[in-house]
Design a binder for this molecule. Structure first.
Ligand SMILES: C[S@@+](CC[C@H](N)C(=O)[O-])C[C@H]1O[C@@H](n2cnc3c(N)ncnc32)[C@H](O)[C@@H]1O
Length: 154
């Protein structure tokens, strides 16, 4: 299974980008043996309003991907359940799993109707820069749980 994180805004550098890269690397190393073939972060330009950002996101969605929209109003998963969930998608043969992260204003309506599945990291609103690193960390945690690595302390 290939994973894509599709995010509004371009982070050239900074602590959030470094943290995100670090967890993506860890995910690649731990995930490969479990059948997670790749993980890529794709950024689209911010600006022009939510609907313009929505169009840019939709244009980059891998065709046929199982897509989950990160949203503070969304569904919450415990880390163990998230680990089982992505493993189940992989075992069902889903080729592409894509996570969307909105921009500073959130999502346009086109995204809300095209991507009904949501996931929340609690009910608070987090900066989109941090949400990337949080998602990369939860993905690494998910594969470390499946692999039995001593990272996650339940
Ligand atoms: C700054 S937030 C958007 C703020 C808010 N939705 C609005 O309309 O003002 C930017 C993006 O970060 C992500 N995000 C922020 N808080 C989140 C949370 N608690 N759980 C999951 N994703 C979150 C979402 O993808 C959101 O679109």
């Amino acid at each position: 299974m290939r994973i894509t994180i599709l995010a509004v805004g371009r982070l050239k550098s900074g602590p959030e980008a470094e943290l995100c890269d670090d967890y993506l690397d860890r995910f690649r190393k731990a995930g490969r043996a479990l059948g997670f073939r790749s993980i890529d972060l794709i950024e689209v330009d911010s600006g022009g309003g939510m609907e313009a950002e929505a169009e840019r996101l939709l244009a980059k969605l891998p065709q046929g991907a199982h897509t989950i929209r990160l949203d503070e109003h969304g569904r919450e998963h415990r880390s163990e359940a998230f680990s089982t969930y992505i493993a189940t998608l992989r075992d069902r043969g889903v080729p592409d799993l894509c996570f969307l992260i909105g921009g500073a204003e959130g999502y346009g309506k086109a995204i809300q109707s095209a991507v009904p599945e949501t996931m929340a990291f609690g009910k608070q609103t987090w900066p989109h820069r941090m949400v990337r690193a949080m998602l990369a960390e939860q993905l690494y945690r998910a594969v470390s749980i499946e692999a039995g690595l001593p990272y996650h302390k339940a």
